[in-house]
Write a protein of this length. Structure first.
Length: 100
């Protein structure tokens, strides 16, 4: 059985492709064999990342005030940093025009 990818050759991805929303961007098998195109849930991911940043920030402050071992506070601060980086990546992708 041979599976044929009938998508057009994308070449360089310019601004027009981003404005259209890049269908199948996250799914290399999109459109093959009748598979539906994959869409990213960037807005949901953004909401979850922001809520995680706020929650972890509050937890880090609370742990610091309660004189918890500094290791616990540092772990939670690292989670805050990871969340902030995730928010920055999501915002960049949304400004680029990716759907979701």
């Amino acid at each position: 059985m041979v599976v044929v990818d009938d998508r057009q050759e994308q070449g360089s991805v310019g601004g027009e492709h981003y404005r259209k929303g890049l269908p199948g961007y996250h799914d290399p098998t999109a459109g093959i064999g009748g598979a539906p195109l994959a869409l990213s849930a960037l807005t949901l991911r953004l909401c979850l990342a922001v809520s995680g940043v706020f929650t972890c920030t509050a937890l880090a402050i609370w742990l610091y005030v309660m004189d918890a071992p500094i290791g616990f506070v540092l772990v939670v601060v690292l989670l805050v940093a990871a969340g902030v980086i995730d928010v920055a990546v999501i915002v960049r992708r949304k400004r680029r025009g990716e759907p979701g």
